[in-house]
Design a protein around this ligand. Structure first.
Ligand code: T4K
Length: 371
């Protein structure tokens, strides 16, 4: 079976090659390959306009952006976070010498349960790092209230949240900083890439120093910065992709609706509820297989693979089960019962803009045949 016939959990948004060639020609001519070049500057401006945020700093990938966001805010000690995410969320804490404190998730949003955050705060806590999982907004008001009461910073891992809006606009405006990923597997990609969304020019300046080794000018280094810069090919790809991303999200929505119509009501298969009043971006289509379904989640996962359907268990195992985290007191199984159950039940079905209804039919047929 060719790669084209296989159904992957996602496929990148890739605009027509001929439309990218003029950008490449420009880069070849100018010989500006990186370090805040013209496409980099254009993309920062275009994204801030599109997303309706004050400032955005581009990065080579989302993980470096997370690491730098924590540096930017001078976070210390303990950070409250979710175990139900991609491992990069917590790894960014370890790379800053910080201690993750895991708090359980809400069973409907799959985000940090705001009702359990306060109990995890200690004198060492300096920040909360929630994740808008699958682009579903966190309980932003409750989280901010707790942060204000205890003087904590809030850094949102918004890797899944490109173009997600509530009634007031982009959800990237919440918290002290929000971090995006533009990895190939995301709704919007720059091959690899990421960004920090920040509220003011002073913070953006600090982030820009930090992502460029800490250089403030040719001879002055103001912080122990890293090399987190996005290059010109990535930025050019991002600019081109802006022409296509909203149509791509509309195509994702179509597949999401198609799956919902076919799968709702199947015993033992729970679907993610779409939060009302939110403009969603449909990055994943998770289903949750419980004991009423004749197959276990892993049996269904294998059944899919036998049929060249590469569903993925995002997110399993829990971050708190990986060796570098499982010794933490907050990683104890009894502390995270909801996250554990969700991680044991989740299966993300293929969803991407070029997917056809007939592709979705293949996925649906396997579930229906085994129900
Ligand atoms: N925080 C959160 C909440 C995140 O989800 C992520 C990343 C991050 C932080 C970190 O951001 P980055 O540093 O990555 O910018 C993938 C991605 O590598 C990762 O970006 C993503 N989350 C995570 C959820 O998924 P894998 O190892 O599962 O991806 P992989 O290579 O198995 O790809 C999945 C499928 O996608 C493949 O079976 C085929 C398809 N694919 C993939 C790539 C890379 C393509 O068709 N083309 C491609 O180029 O981690």
């Amino acid at each position: 079976m060719s790669a084209e016939q296989k159904l992957y959990v996602t496929r990148p948004l890739v605009p027509p090659l001929e439309e990218f060639l003029p950008y490449l020609t420009e880069i070849w001519k100018s010989k500006i390959l990186t370090n805040n070049g013209p496409f980099h500057q254009q993309l920062e401006k275009a994204l801030a306009d599109l997303l309706g945020v004050n400032h955005i700093a581009l990065f080579a990938n989302g993980t470096l952006a997370l690491v730098t966001a924590l540096q930017c805010l001078r976070v210390t000690g303990e950070v409250i976070t979710t175990p139900y995410s991609f491992v990069a969320s917590s790894h960014s804490l370890l790379w800053n010498g910080l201690k993750p404190v895991f708090v359980d998730i809400d069973p409907d949003t799959f985000n940090l349960d705001p009702g359990q955050i306060e109990a995890a705060i200690t004198p060492l806590t300096s920040a909360i790092m929630p994740v808008h999982c699958y682009g579903t907004p966190c309980a932003v008001d409750s989280i901010q209230q707790i942060a204000d009461n205890y003087g904590l910073k809030v850094i949102y891992d918004a890797a899944h949240s490109f173009r997600v809006e509530d009634q007031g606009g982009s959800i990237l405006r919440y918290g002290d900083l929000s971090v995006l990923s533009f990895h190939a597997t995301k709704v919007y990609n720059t091959f690899e890439g990421g960004a920090i969304v920040c509220p003011d020019a002073k913070t953006k300046q600090r982030i820009d120093y930090l992502k460029n080794f800490g250089f403030a000018d040719e001879t002055v280094v103001v912080a122990p910065g890293i090399n987190g810069k996005m290059n010109e090919i990535q930025a050019a790809f991002g600019l081109l992709q802006l022409r296509y991303v909203d149509n791509a999200i509309a195509a994702r929505k179509k597949i999401d609706t198609y799956y919902r119509n076919a799968l709702s009501g199947i015993k033992g298969v729970r679907l993610r509820k779409l939060a009302p009043g939110i403009k969603h971006n449909y990055p994943y289509f998770p289903i949750f297989i419980d004991s009423c379904f004749p197959l276990t989640r892993d049996e269904l996962y294998r059944k899919f693979r036998e049929n060249d359907i590469y569903a993925r268990r995002y997110f399993f195992p829990l971050i708190s089960d990986f060796p570098m985290y499982r010794g933490l007191p907050s990683a104890a199984k009894t502390n995270l019962p909801v996250a554990r159950q969700v991680a044991d039940q989740v299966l993300c079905l293929p969803i991407y803009p070029t997917m056809q209804d007939s592709d979705a039919d293949k996925v649906i047929a396997i579930i229906q045949r085994n129900a």
